[in-house]
Design a protein around this ligand. Structure first.
Ligand SMILES: Nc1ncnc2c1ncn2[C@@H]1O[C@H](COP(=O)(O)OP(=O)(O)OP(=O)(O)O)[C@@H](O)[C@H]1O
Ligand SMILES: [Mg+2]
Length: 287
């Protein structure tokens, strides 16, 4: 809750407030979700780390973006944009939802014609894989559909595709130096007030990308992902994942368990470790 500001949107992680007619204030919370279920327990420092991570990328990446300033480590002031209602995913590795989609329709991916589908293996080239934005389940959308549905002109789509792949490459190089792999990542873009300029928006951090450590990377296996894996593993060990699957199939929301303090502190340290390694700075929390 931020006094005097109007709450515009409460996402799973960020709270978006209207700062003035041209700007929003993003408050990165310590909330965490897994298997699309919000946990009742907060992860200390997570909001600050995610905000600092986003700031690091906006400063570092060679692209116009929406960031104006940060405040109190966990808040970011951004330019209000007219968002393009799509999520632009770039994948460098064969993982996640791509596996099932590739199995169902391999011809949909011309760049993977000669690709041997080994779990977690590197793709021959980064794959541009846009989805629609939805509160429940994001659905793949082809480049033709984006243009046919009038969501973007051919030119703008070409610009966003080239830019997204270029950003993915820049990010891969940066995390690579710190011993990490970005398996895939999501970008969002919006138009500025003039309607002519497209800016990189939303956020970039462990909630947007899948991070693996090079030293632990083994193709052919499920990878130890450097974000919420500890939480997911713990939830699986308690039997909660089975409950999620059962309850969700009936369209209901499961009641999430409290996370033990040992899991919380391991999660918190992981977020901090990844940020410190990649940004090559020390994280000092200021209260
Ligand atoms: N500069 C911007 N101007 C306007 N809207 C923005 C800007 N940057 C990001 N957004 C939008 O603000 C919202 C941020 O909310 P947030 O990401 O926390 O939740 P969400 O996307 O609704 O849900 P989820 O919890 O699944 O991410 C998103 O809808 C995003 O598209
Ligand atoms: Mg979001």
């Amino acid at each position: 809750m931020i006094l005097n500001l109007k709450l515009i949107h409460k996402g799973k992680v960020k709270d978006v407030y209207e700062e003035d007619e041209n700007t929003y204030l993003f408050h990165f919370s310590d909330r965490i979700s897994a298997f699309d279920v919000e946990m009742p327990t907060m992860i200390p420092m997570k909001g600050k780390i995610l905000c600092q991570f986003a700031k690091f990328w906006f400063d570092k990446l060679d692209i116009e973006n929406h960031m104006i300033a940060t405040r109190d480590q966990d808040k970011m002031i951004v330019k209000k944009l007219k968002m393009i209602p799509l999520e632009f995913i770039v994948r460098g590795y064969f993982y996640g939802s791509l596996i099932e989609r590739f199995a169902r329709a391999p011809d949909y991916y011309p760049s993977l014609r000669k690709f041997e589908p080994i779990l977690a293996s590197r793709l021959p080239e980064p794959l541009f894989d846009p989805t629609t934005k939805s509160n429940t389940h994001d659905i793949s959308i082809s480049e033709d559909q984006i243009v046919d549905r009038g969501l973007l002109s051919l030119d703008k789509l070409a610009y966003i595709k080239e830019t997204s792949i270029n950003l993915y490459r820049q990010m891969s190089t940066i995390v690579g130096r710190a011993g990490f792999i970005i398996a895939d990542t999501k970008f969002e873009f919006g138009h500025d007030v003039s309607g002519n300029l497209i800016l990189l928006a939303d956020s970039l951090g462990p909630d947007e990308f899948r991070l693996w450590r090079k030293s632990e990377y083994i193709p052919g296996k499920v990878q130890e992902s450097y974000d919420k894996q500890i939480l997911r593993d713990w939830l699986i060990s308690t039997g909660f994942k089975v409950i999620v699957d059962e309850v969700s199939s009936k369209g209901l929301k499961p009641v999430a368990p409290n996370i033990p303090s040992e899991i919380i502190s391991r999660l918190s340290s992981r977020y901090i470790f990844a940020y410190e390694q990649i940004s090559n700075t020390r994280f000092e929390s200021v209260s």
